[in-house]
Every structure is written in structure tokens, then in C-alpha cells.
Design a protein around this ligand. Sequence first.
Ligand SMILES: [Zn+2]
Ligand SMILES: [Zn+2]
Length: 442
Amino acid sequence: MNSTSRIFLCLLLLVFVAAYPASAQSSFLNSSRNVRIGLLSQGLQTTWQIEPSTGFIEIFDQSKKQSVYSGKADKIVLSAMSGGKMKVAVDQRKSLYYFSNELVFSALGRTPINLKVKAGSRKNYSYRGSIAITPQKSGLRGINIVDIEDYLKSVVPCEIFNRAPDAAQQAQAIAARTYAVRNLHRHSNSDNFQLCDTVHCQAYTGIAREIKFATKAVKDTYGKILTFGKEPANTVYHSNCGGYLIDSRAAWNGSEVPYLIGHFDGIAVEKPFCFYGSQIKKNKLTCSLPKTRPSISIKRMPAKSKKACYKNFGHRVGMCQDGAIGMAAIGYNSRQILDFYYPGTRLATMRYADPSTAPVETQKPIVVASLPMPNPEQIELITPPNPTQLNALRHSNKTRQNSRSIRETLKQISTGKNGSKAHELRKIFWTPGQPEISRSIY
Ligand SMILES: [Zn+2]
Ligand SMILES: [Zn+2]
């Protein structure tokens, strides 16, 4: 192709782009359920490749609020140029030159819609939602704009043991959703994203890490978060507390958080929940699981106590993940697990704005439940009898030493009914403290 016809093609493309209605895809980008996840683990790169699963792409210029390309594309290559600009090449033929502001790439067409991304020489990753590429002085930053519920489908398996029983996965899903909603401003505005994909926020690697058990847990807990007062609770979690959770003040100084207190991770006369959880994870359960209790009393430890009975992994504040696995295996449901690790918090349901309705900014937060302060000394957790106890695991775990039987056992626990009607919580329609979730979301 000679240069004249190339210029002609470019002009034709520009005319096409100008004629294309920019609003055609804005309803997708306006969804207030989307969060911007900075792909820090992919680094600042000089090149990014993007492949839409459908073979069609929409490229949207964020600052000009207009579509710059919409059509067939197998591979888009973005290259960092000098002066904080980037060059965009669609299928090597059509180059849309020199963008100095963020571009958003969305696959168009039928499901499954996702984008395969290759950052520099790193391996491929696939993400749901859209990918934004922002040119910066030292390279190109990738950001995944993704529905918060889809984001959690990858976070949950990244953060907790893949074969954890259902109730533990559900507790993890609620804790991770709450953490995300609460921490949407963890990164500064100049970062141009809300959460990162590393353990600084929550580990997230896109579609590759998704597994059906975790996806089910996210769906089963759709929109559910923990609140304290009128805010999302600070649902920090860690791998293993070593038998005793510690007060947030013992870990990080700071002020008192009524639901992040130090206490034994279990029932006084029994082994800690995380003892059972870590044995299940290692496939080495050597003793019987205890029975569930109708109630658990929490005996608060002194604020500065760092007492432990085993080696711990993590900061020991909030939910002990091995403990959650132990509690779930014993037969406690996700609400009971969260009650135990975040005592005094309430379950609420996010009312995500419908993308077709007015923007979230115009809506007022609706809180229909008031949250009483817990008794700081002794917190009684009322836990109704759970009909789904696994007698087999309790009575005959000696014969269940091999991995298959443990897997089967966990599967049985996972597929059992983990909730009971009596414990069903009132649904709370709640929009997070505005403008938290609406700000800088497209
Ligand atoms: Zn972060
Ligand atoms: Zn523990």
C-alpha cells in the first residue's frame, strides 16, 4: 500500500469514527458497579497488547468522551512514545497515532467478552470488563475497569484456600467485597485507579484464577457487605492467627475499633478453629471436629496482648482464614463466621445503581437499619443450630486420611445447606457514603 492510499484510509477511518455515535457504548461504561483496578503487578510497560475475545473492539478516549475506533480487531498494540504519549496500532494496519490521555478498550459483541492482555514480555492475562491504558512519563499503565462482582470472582480464590468449604468462601467473599467498597480511596487520585491488584489492596489476577466454588460463593453473597455504624466495616483478614486474634491496637497502634478485638480463636475448652482449618488445608486432620455450639462467648483480651499458642501467619487482626475454614468444616455458616471474627457488625446489601437509571450522585444513601454498639466486655453470639453438620467427618475422620476422602468431605460440606431460615438476615438497602462509589467510575 502506498503512502497516499494509507493517508486516504486513515481519513476514511476518521470520518467513520466521527460518524459513530459515542453514546453507543456509554451505558456499559457508566455502570456504577465498575471499579478501577490498577494492574500494578503488570508494571509500567513500554508495550501492551490487547486481544478482544469477540474479535471486535471499541476504543474510547476518556478525556474527549468519544469513541476513536469501533470495529474488527484481533490484536491492538500500544507503544509508549516520548513525551508521555502512546501509539495505538490495530491489527498492524491501522495506526491511531499519539494519544496522551487514557484510552479504554472494550470487547464488543456476544459473550464471552473479555480481553487478553500482554504487558511487555510478561505472560498473557485475561480480564473481564474493559482495559484502560494510561500513558505516564516512564511507561504505560494498565487499569482493569471491572464489575465489582466479577472482580471478586478472582479475588476470593486468590485470597483463600481453593477447596475451602462453602461457608468459608462465602465469608471471604463478603469480607473482600466490604474491604473493596471501604477502600475505594486507598490510592491517591493521581494514581487514577481505586484499588491495585497486589496484596497492598487485594490479590487479583483476572479470569485465570477463577474457580467455580469461589464464583458460586460470590453469587450466593451478591452485594452483601458488613457494616458498622453507617459505614462498611474494616474487614481486614489474615492467614492464621496462631490461636489468638489480637486487637487492632496491638497490631497497628491507632484507635480502638470495637469489632477488631483480641480474643481466643475458638471455644475455650476446645482447640482453636484455625488448628482444624490448617489441618484440613494440609490434608492432615488427625482428630475429631467438635460439635457446633448454639452460642459462642467471646472473652476479650487486653488491648495490648499478643498471646499466641502456635506460629501465626499474617497480622492476626479480623478474620483468621484458617479459622474460617475450621468453623465452616465444623458446620458454622458464613454469617456465624463473620459474627465471630467481626463481632457487632451487621450484614447489609449494596444497592448497585442500575446503569440505565440516573447517575448515582443524584441518589441519597438509604439506611434502614441502625447499628447498636456492641458491649465492649462480653459479646454473645447467638448461633442457631445448624442442620448440616457433617457427622461423617466428626466421627470417622481416622478413615479419611487420603486426599480424595478429604476432598469429598469438603465437597459434602460445600454442597450442604449452610444457612437456616431462622438466621436469615434482614435485607438492608444501602448505598455507600456518597460520593465514594460514584467518583471516578465511568
Ligand atoms: Zn493497593
Ligand atoms: Zn486463627
